[in-house]
Design a protein around this ligand. Sequence first.
Ligand code: IPE
Ligand code: IPE
Ligand code: MG
Length: 252
Amino acid sequence: MDESQLRPERMPRHVAIIMDGNGRWAESRGASRVEGHRAGLESCREVLRSASDLGIENLTLYAFSLENWSRPKAEVRDLMHLLETYLDEEIEEVDRNGVRVLAIGRNDRLPPSVRARVDAAVERTQHNRAMTLVFALSYGGRAEIVDAAKGIARDVAAGRVDPDRIDEKTFASYLYAPEVPDPDLLIRTGAEMRVSNFLLWQIAYTEIYTTAVMWPDFRRKHLVEAIVDYQKRERRFGMTSAQVSEAAQRDG
Ligand code: IPE
Ligand code: IPE
Ligand code: MG
């Protein structure tokens, strides 16, 4: 993919990725699933660097879902261990490059060793503003919506929120990372066509791109391909094509 096809004025502000296919990538090579996860870490590194390079302000990586807790114990343990390694090895560079780290999900379920590293990364990078990297860890979209509903219910019970004044904006402010804009582009690798409980509220108008490339094979050129595809689309947000063109002309 030729990067000159990229239009800098139409860069997505937020790219979210469902990093899928590690297991199949490994199995097709006769390797164990953990080898696939290990290889997937290299893709994380490259994609983070490329995203930063390309001027993407927010990148969300779906690293572990709430449903993934049901995987075999040994695989969960391997994944947690790899997460620790990743955080230990990357935090220096991440911080140096001005990347702010956020974590979304039910992190109380994470092993203390992982949670401590995640908390430390979030705290250490909290004032960085060059880019935001959101890790979805022990994350479920429905759980996030339930947690937001609980937060609002508490504030209503305490008299801090008037139920009649709750609108979409109020609701969204109770989600895990309200400061991050909704994703413009959602990429799923690994040839599946489903959302798997990812960012259910936030993807209402997100453009979806899927690829058969397995996550361990995903490289900068694949990210560029996805963005070029995204940039060719017309986002109508329920309007007609004519309205969208008019608005674009008006706004120059
Ligand atoms: C994605 O790869 C990583 C996680 C879900 C943690 P998978 O492990 O789901 O790989 P496949 O889908 O089995 O190939
Ligand atoms: C989605 O992948 C979760 C992550 C990438 C972390 P899965 O492999 O868990 O999704 P399903 O089970 O195929 O839907
Ligand atoms: Mg999978």
